[in-house]
Write a protein that binds this ligand. Sequence first.
Ligand SMILES: [Fe+2]
Length: 220
Amino acid sequence: MSYTDYSIRSFHGGYDKNLTYLVTCMRTANQFLVDAAVPLDSVSRFINHRGLITLFITHTHPDHIAYIDEYVEAFPNLVTIVYKDSDKKINCNYIKQVKDGDIISVGQLSVEILHTPGHYPDSICYLLDEVLFTGDTLFVGRTGRTVGKSSNVRKLYKSVYEKIFSLPSKTIIYPGHDYGPRTSISLEENIAISPLLNAKDEEDFIEKMKHYEKHRTPGS
Ligand SMILES: [Fe+2]
């Protein structure tokens, strides 16, 4: 594998301890954003002369696209990336619908699309070298929840255990919310600290999710 040179800056805020990420290709200065969960105001001083060219949406729950209008207005050529079967109306000038396995280039960076339904049908994780932007599919310390009416706990199991866990264990996740003891973590460290990531099989995962929902404290 050849590695590229980039920087990642994280921004906390939004509706519920959301995280938005600004990624810069150090060779071309091109930049992309993962989610639009915080106002442009908090990100704008880190956007360089080349401007934002791509906005990757991890899923279309309202908190993750809350400030999209501000970004589209400031960067009219911004291309928004969303899953192909998403039925949400996204307000932007350019939209690119993607599917599992697609590669999107930003400058010299290549971002691979992993479709990871479960928390929500149009959930996508974005892989950049050994960094995985996980949205609400996987947090530090646990998986995303499956209590919404479009959620599916069996699909989440497959997305997490079969798709994400097949990546190298050193892969570092950058989630969509800051719910854990730290902001990002490697897959192997995350598995070591989380009962929800230690299920024996699909049925055991469903039981563990039920147990989690019964005992969870709001905001955790
Ligand atoms: Fe969500």
